[in-house]
Design a protein around this ligand. Structure first.
Ligand code: NDP
Length: 254
């Protein structure tokens, strides 16, 4: 099959940062297959928005914490690529989906740890592994980390440890996939106003003001601060950027 355009798979594209990434990619002329976990209507609204931009789009359900379902998911991906995108390859994989759990180290439960490890580490690890046959040579993988992997704020020991592991994984993936011309980079957002963690950064004035005061640019981030960074890493100009951690935080905790 001759691909008509480039296609990105964005996990967690129904809301927040993933939605912003999906739209930013579409504005760069890239077609988008996005996933959602529970919010099908929001995902379909993003699909409609991308189509209004003149790009192809589709949404599939995926829980990234359930790796036992990944084989079935990729069977669906193959069918959608063929039927909706008229191609048999993905060009970009954006591992974005995730949740926040705020818990002090001393009282983090095994259940919380397991949920975070499944969604933020095991999920992206095996999702990417199983995506490899569908990923075009010369493709790009972008893993979403967090500023919290560089600086420490109380309550994020387990969450940030998973993201730190993803940053290490990024370098190993870059090393092992370079022979196929595939680049792998991490984008690490600072605190951004989304639904993440119950929407605390957006809705809790004290948290918002504290984080803004610790940010060189004097405010917390908005989804629009992130989508374009991911789109840049998927652009021709960024082809030589590999195995890097790109923090987009407005300069937090410098
Ligand atoms: P949101 O809560 O706004 O959106 C989360 C997205 O992930 C939704 O699309 C949701 O799907 C999806 N999702 C949640 N759980 C799962 C799951 N188990 N399987 C598959 N999809 C799931 O969060 P953000 O957009 O803010 O966060 C996106 C990424 O950015 C996460 O990896 C997060 O750790 C990271 N991040 C966020 C920061 C912030 O301050 N907001 C800062 C740094 C990093 P659905 O809509 O169907 O529920």
């Amino acid at each position: 099959m001759t691909p008509t355009s480039l296609v990105a798979l964005v996990t967690g594209g129904s809301r927040g940062l993933g939605k912003n990434m999906a739209l930013a990619l579409a504005r760069k002329g890239i077609d988008v297959l996005l996933t959602y976990n529970s919010q099908q209507a929001e995902a379909q609204a993003v699909v409609a928005e991308i189509e209004q931009l003149g790009r192809k789009a589709a949404a599939l359900q995926l829980n990234v914490g359930e790796s036992q379902n990944f084989a079935g998911f990729f069977a669906q991906v193959q069918a959608v690529l063929r039927n909706t995108f008229q191609t048999d390859k993905l060009n970009f994989l954006i591992n974005n989906a995730g949740i926040g759990i705020h818990a002090p180290f001393a009282s983090t439960t095994e259940a919380q740890f397991d949920q975070l490890v499944n969604i933020h580490l095991k999920g992206p690890f095996f999702l990417t592994q199983q995506a490899l046959p569908l990923l075009a040579d010369g493709g790009r993988i972008i893993n979403i980390s967090t500023g919290l992997a560089r600086f420490a704020l109380p309550g994020y020991a387990a969450y940030a440890a998973m993201k730190g592991a993803v940053e290490v994984l990024t370098r190993y993936q870059a090393k092992e996939l370079g022979m196929r011309g595939i680049t792998v980079n991490t984008v690490a957002p600072g605190a951004i106003e989304t639904d993440f963690g119950g929407g605390a950064v957006r809705d809790n004035a004290n948290i918002n003001q504290f984080l803004a005061s610790q940010t060189a640019l004097g405010r917390v981030g908005r989804p629009d601060d992130i989508g374009g960074v991911v789109a840049f890493l998927c652009s021709e100009e960024a082809g030589w950027v590999n195995a890097q951690r790109l923090e987009a935080s407005g300069g937090m905790f410098l």
